[in-house]
Design a protein around this ligand. Structure first.
Ligand SMILES: [Zn+2]
Length: 478
């Protein structure tokens, strides 16, 4: 498709280093020049607005109410231009098979239906043959592998010996291990204890998955990563104790990357107390002190990225369980309303991600706007091997650009979002600032509140053995 050259004029261009007024000349899908008084046949006025690299959402699950089609639309409205979903074997959908086969299928489908460029992480489950699959996936351009250290009853937990084996194979081949760090045996022990005592209402959920179990798993995963010399990325950090622990590890020179999500920055267990199952995520929403410690971890470079962990599910799927794999009690058990342990995990958060982090982070003085760009654009692109093609506004990079207007007030509501999920945990939250325009590889995606891109132009971004080449020594703490 022919692409018109254009200039994005007069905006405040943000990078991890700072903010500077500049024009951006876009041609042939890439950024041709960043400078002053640039001319092109078409101009987009960005004066009074920030110009950010397109947001990368490197943690999401577009396999529920939203598949890659509507998920990518919802993400695009939130200022995201690149998504990295977790795909795995298709056993949960009734077709058991290899991880690599499931992922091949999902990549083919995503190339057809996604509206945004995407890379893929593999999600491994206990039954997967990780030793055989890691080399296969690396060949396919899937170099990052997530393993669950929790949910043993749901068949999702990777036994420690298999996790070590996967890390060793990944390390040898240039891959990256990702872990959901919670101690699953201890969580199941507590959940069963609460159930036996009849304590199944919403106030027992957070208590069943306490902070120390996240701390324990982060330390254990880091130990295994050190043993196997494998770089480690810990997803969705939520416990107040963890940033200090990661700082200690980074100061020892370990290659460990930390991620958090908007829900662990801006929501507390109060959402569960008020809305029950709709606030159920793993790890759980915790307390105000945890939010603040995670913000400080983001500011101090203990935590490197913010991603959504968006599971776009509908209210009836949340309250009535759904796939039996999602039930703590195991396959074949019908969930009962009012029993928090039988409700489905997960919440939608991708569309509001940028607005929430901008408002509660930048507007509230907890992080700077350049730090937001580091954690939502530059670092994710560097860690997952997409930099400098993605994640930065500079000559030669893909023209993936978001114009953000800091003066637009809005009230977040599921009603105004573009997902098939019919709720948002951020319902009613007032925020200042919104993305108003985006493009990918020079093609307009969102303009004037309308989706302008068509299906079929999204590209799969294979990761290669240079994964994390720009993040080789980790990101030092400041
Ligand atoms: Zn997740």
């Amino acid at each position: 498709m022919a692409k018109t050259d254009c200039v994005i004029r007069g905006g405040l261009v943000v990078s991890g280093k700072g903010i500077a007024r500049a024009d951006i000349l876009v041609g042939n899908g890439v950024i041709q020049k960043v400078g002053e008084n640039l001319k092109a046949p078409k101009a987009i006025d960005a004066s009074g607005k920030y110009v950010l690299p397109g947001i990368l959402d490197v943690h999401n699950h577009p396999v529920y109410a939203d598949k890659m089609d509507t998920f990518s639309i919802s993400a695009a409205y939130g200022g995201v231009t690149t998504i990295i979903p977790f795909f795995g074997n298709l056993a949960a959908w009734g077709t058991p098979g290899k991880t690599s086969e499931g992922i091949k299928k999902m990549i083919e489908e995503s190339e057809r239906i996604s509206y945004l460029d995407f890379a893929v992480h593999a999600a491994f489950f206990a039954e997967d043959d990780v030793k055989a699959e890691v080399p296969e996936l690396l060949k396919m351009g899937v170099p990052s592998f997530k393993m669950f250290m929790t949910y043993p009853k749901r068949g999702m937990m990777m036994p420690d010996d298999k996790m070590l084996a996967a890390m060793a194979v990944a390390a040898a081949d240039g891959g990256l291990a990702m872990v959901h760090a919670e101690n699953g045996y201890a969580i199941d022990y507590l959940v069963e204890k609460f159930i036996a005592e009849g304590k199944v209402s919403r106030e027992y959920f957070m208590l069943s998955q306490p902070n120390i179990l996240e701390v324990d798993a982060v330390q254990r995963a880091a130990t295994y990563a050190a043993l196997t010399d494998c770089p480690l990325y810990v997803v969705h950090l939520s416990a107040r104790e963890v940033p200090e622990i990661i700082i200690g590890m980074k100061q020892e020179g370990r290659r460990i990357y930390g991620e958090t999500c908007p829900q662990y920055l801006s929501l507390t267990n109060q959402v569960v107390l008020e809305r029950g199952a709709l606030g159920k995520v793993g790890p759980p929403l915790r307390e105000k002190e945890d939010n603040e410690a995670i913000w400080r971890g983001l500011a101090s470079h203990a935590i490197d990225t913010v991603a959504s962990d968006s599971c776009n599910v509908r209210v009836e799927q949340k309250e009535w369980g759904g796939a039996s794999k999602n039930l703590i009690a195991g396959p074949g058990v019908k969930p009962r309303p009012g029993n928090i342990f039988e409700a489905r995990f997960g919440m939608p958060s991708v569309e509001s991600m940028l607005q929430v982090v901008y408002h509660d982070g930048v507007n509230s003085g907890r992080i700077t706007l350049p730090r937001l760009v580091q954690t939502m654009c530059e670092n994710p692109a560097k860690i997952f091997g997409l930099y400098p093609k993605k994640g930065v506004i500079q000559e030669g990079s893909d023209a993936d650009i978001v114009v953000f207007d800091p003066s637009i007030p809005s009230t977040l509501s599921a009603e105004n979002m573009h997902s098939n999920a019919d709720f948002t945990p951020f319902e009613g939250k007032e925020v200042m600032g919104a993305p108003v325009f985006s493009m990918q590889r020079g093609e307009v995606i969102i303009e004037g509140g309308q989706l302008r891109r068509k299906q079929g132009s999204a590209r799969f971004l294979p990761g290669n053995r240079d994964l994390a080449a720009y993040a080789k020594n980790g990101f030092p703490v400041e």
